[in-house]
Design a protein around this ligand. Structure first.
Ligand SMILES: CC(C)(COP(=O)(O)OP(=O)(O)OC[C@H]1O[C@@H](n2cnc3c(N)ncnc32)[C@H](O)[C@@H]1OP(=O)(O)O)[C@@H](O)C(=O)NCCC(=O)NCCS
Length: 145
């Protein structure tokens, strides 16, 4: 597995991976990726596995010197349940071990919620009708000292 910062040549590959991974309303489009790459608050990374260039990805946003937000992470459907999501999340949390990390997840997304809980995240708030289709969100946090 290799994790590297995304660049402008990755925009279409990343948007295609998002479209395979998220609901239409949640997925970042190519133009959102383009904007994100030029916004210094965001870190966008591409994960390749063997010959699969867009196996997984993540987007984080640095809000303050102590707080960051995981905007999203995904693993391409055919590679799920093989430990890649866990490894990517471990990479994010180890690399940013001074930050309190926040994220929001759909309340029906059992796979992601279980993964986040196993990594030490706690549900701190239920976000009523947070998503465009009316589904609730769960705000989860991993606190550091
Ligand atoms: C959530 C996601 C990133 C997990 O990636 P993954 O590579 O499949 O996860 P892993 O194989 O590393 O599994 C890690 C843990 O996740 C949980 N998990 C993964 N798939 C699961 C499933 N289908 N059902 C329940 N739990 C699941 C488990 O806790 C698992 O660990 P365990 O088997 O030891 O209990 C992946 O399912 C995905 O890309 N989903 C679509 C996009 C998304 O929802 N992203 C997160 C929202 S912000």
């Amino acid at each position: 597995m290799m994790i590297r910062p995304a660049n402008i040549a990755d925009v279409r590959g990343l948007a295609a991976l998002e479209a395979r991974s998220f609901n239409k309303t949640d997925a970042w489009t190519a133009s959102q990726y383009r904007d994100g790459l030029f916004d210094h608050k965001y870190e966008i990374c591409v994960v390749s596995v063997g010959k699969i260039r867009y196996a997984a990805s993540y987007i984080v946003r640095f809000d303050t010197a102590l707080n960051m937000y995981i905007y999203g992470m995904c693993v391409t459907p055919r590679l799920r349940n093989q430990g890649i999501g866990r490894a990517v999340l471990q990479h994010i949390t180890y690399k940013n071990d001074i930050f309190n990390i926040t994220l929001t997840v759909r309340s029906s997304n059992d796979a992601a919620i279980r993964l986040y809980k196993r990594m030490g995240f706690h549900v701190v708030r239920k976000m009523h009708m947070y998503y465009d289709d009316g589904e609730d969100g769960l705000r989860m946090k991993l606190y550091r000292k």
